[in-house]
Write a protein of this length. Structure first.
Length: 263
């Protein structure tokens, strides 16, 4: 009985277990035709389901009430601590403002004097830096101007030398008969080559190609000194029919003549 009451007040799941044990003991006594009410040491009371439910509900209400009381107490304690924290923060802010005012009052005049001295020192340093930078840049500008004058003089000398070399080259080309009109830098014009027999005068010979383009396939090569028969010309290209059929160049890229008159 004590175990059953303990389970009712504290542990509902043990209460259900004890109830099952009690009912099993009752069934055992009935099967052996024993009246358990006449046994003085055993006087068990079977609890109904409604009574068990009522006891559990009361226990839940009691626990909920205790929890509400504890929560209310904790809220009161939290509010008290919050009030103390707010008061402490406010007092700290007041002390900080007061200390800042005292420090500011004591250091304001001295700080202005120090600041004025620092500004004057900074201005002096800035003025010195500006003068130094100005002198440095003036020296660099003078050096650059001197270098430009030297380069201009060298360029003038190089231009004059190049003009003299150009005149000498043009005179040489005209003297040996390897250039027909134009200047050495202009390879667009060639001497006329009417149809007839000519001779390959280029030292390395000439290639015979399939058509007028330089990218066309090479059919063969004709060595220097070989006679060729030109049937027609097209710019700096000529079509030959002897000793092979194909197109050849009349002038190289550097202005040298490929075909000349028979010696």
């Amino acid at each position: 009985t004590v175990s059953v009451l303990y389970c009712i007040n504290n542990m509902p799941w043990l209460t259900r277990h004890a109830l099952r044990v009690t009912r099993g003991y009752q069934r055992w006594a009935n099967s052996h035709q024993i009246d358990i009410g006449k046994i003085p040491a055993v006087n068990l009371k079977i609890i109904s389901q409604d009574e068990l439910q009522t006891a559990v509900e009361e226990m839940k209400k009691k626990v909920a009430e205790e929890e509400r009381e504890k929560l209310k107490q904790k809220k009161l304690e939290m509010v008290w601590y919050q009030d103390k924290a707010v008061m402490s923060i406010g007092l700290g802010v007041v002390l900080i403002v007061w200390a800042y005012g005292v420090i500011y009052e004591r250091t304001c005049i001295h700080g202005v004097e120090v600041l004025t001295a620092d500004i004057q020192t900074s201005l002096s340093q800035a003025e010195y830096c500006i003068r130094s930078a100005k002198n440095t840049w003036n020296n660099k500008i003078l050096a650059i101007e001197e270098e430009l004058r030297v380069l201009e003089k060298e360029r003038s000398q190089q231009v004059k030398t190049l003009e003299r070399l150009t005149d000498a080259l043009r005179a040489s080309c005209l003297a040996v008969g390897k250039w027909y009109g134009g200047s050495p830098a202009d390879t667009s014009s060639t001497r006329p080559y009417p149809p007839g027999v000519y001779e390959v005068v280029l030292k390395g010979g000439v290639n015979v190609r399939e058509n007028q383009t330089s990218s066309s396939s090479v059919l063969t090569s004709i060595p220097s000194g070989t006679r060729v028969h030109i049937t027609k010309t097209a710019g700096k290209k000529a079509y030959i029919s002897y000793p092979y059929d194909g197109w050849i160049s009349l002038v190289t890229l550097d202005g040298q003549c490929v075909i000349g008159d028979l010696k």
